[in-house]
Design a protein around this ligand. Sequence first.
Ligand code: PLP
Length: 416
Amino acid sequence: MGISMDEMTTKLYDVEAIRADFPILSREVHGKPLVYLDSAASAQKPRQVMDALMLAYTDTYSNVHRGLHFLSEASTDAYEAVRGSVASLIGAASGDEIVFTSGATMALNLISRCWAEPLLQPNDEILISIAEHHANIVPWQMVAEKTGATVRAFDMGPDGAFVMANLTDMITPKTRIIAIPHVSNVLGTVFPVAEISKVAKQAGALMVVDGCQGVVHMPVDVTALGCDFYVFSAHKLYGPNGVGVLWGRADILAEMPPYMGGGDMIDRVTIEHSTYAEPPVRFEAGTPPIAEVIALGAAVDYVTNIGMEAIRAHEQDILSYAHQRLSSVEGLQLIGTAPGKSGVVSFTMDCAHPHDISTIIDNNGVAIRAGHHCAQPLMDRLDLPSTARASVGVYTTRAEFDMLVESLEKVRRIFG
Ligand code: PLP
């Protein structure tokens, strides 16, 4: 009997072996096995990443770029090598296009300040979706206030799907920037980035992608996607806190002024004047998070070894199971059911507030997120104060969603 590629990938995916790499997953919470369904907020870390972090301190630690001694060179080599790993992960042309930031939030602020601010004129328009995380809204509002530009948002479809006409209807000759998420952190909607990039090009707008919830769930090829910037945070990709990635096209990065001034980002400094280093170092003033960048390299190796296609197949299986199981809970409404969605399941229950849901099920060891998910404009649009959200990762199992459903039945018994 024939077996499809998808079935094969799912069969070969050894989730128990993957779970064994994550020490925290074997702990108990309130006397129950931990069911961690909050990876969209921050993912747990495999031993490989924590070992790399430890090794960076115990074996090669020294400041980078500055010393001529053995350790500084070893540290610099390890740090710089991660640019190449990240470039391979996301299909960038070169490691020189990879800028390390403190996270996606800093990366988006950097783009808005260093690229958008010098370019924008009064009445220019920045087009975003209604489903943005605040990190892809507030920096644009700040630059709009400074330049006289306007931030406009296009709507999502009724099931949370992306609707191209909603976007194209909002494009005007003044549209300079289109900034979208790769995947919505509330709805799970996957935005068709390649198609949107084509539209942006035709409109003469540059295209910024908030890849926080994209790169963790699927293969990414920024060259094929045709965008100009793609950003993400290491901590959602099983890496450490305090590091993020800004990928930008080399020709655009070359034109951008620095974000912060200080050590490392310069070419030559006199009391009167400074000239700046080439990208990416131009955007990395001061001592960077050295060990964390090296550990990000281990996180990239980790997901690459599993295979992003295998991760996608596994998570899609879990997500469709999750939808099917959650749909059976009386009074539960799924928020965001776009075809092909990824990563998260948001929901409300008619009997309980999301905060109460989260608190009650925590007693069963089940960790989900409740709140506005840093997406208040979307909550306003949906006329909801908040939602509950369960999210999936490389280590998520069907059994964990069985436990979620069992716990939600308890919520219904208490509040229903
Ligand atoms: N964008 C999206 C879609 C997110 O989900 C998040 C984090 O939740 C961010 C941006 C901000 O990421 P960070 O806080 O790591 O900078």
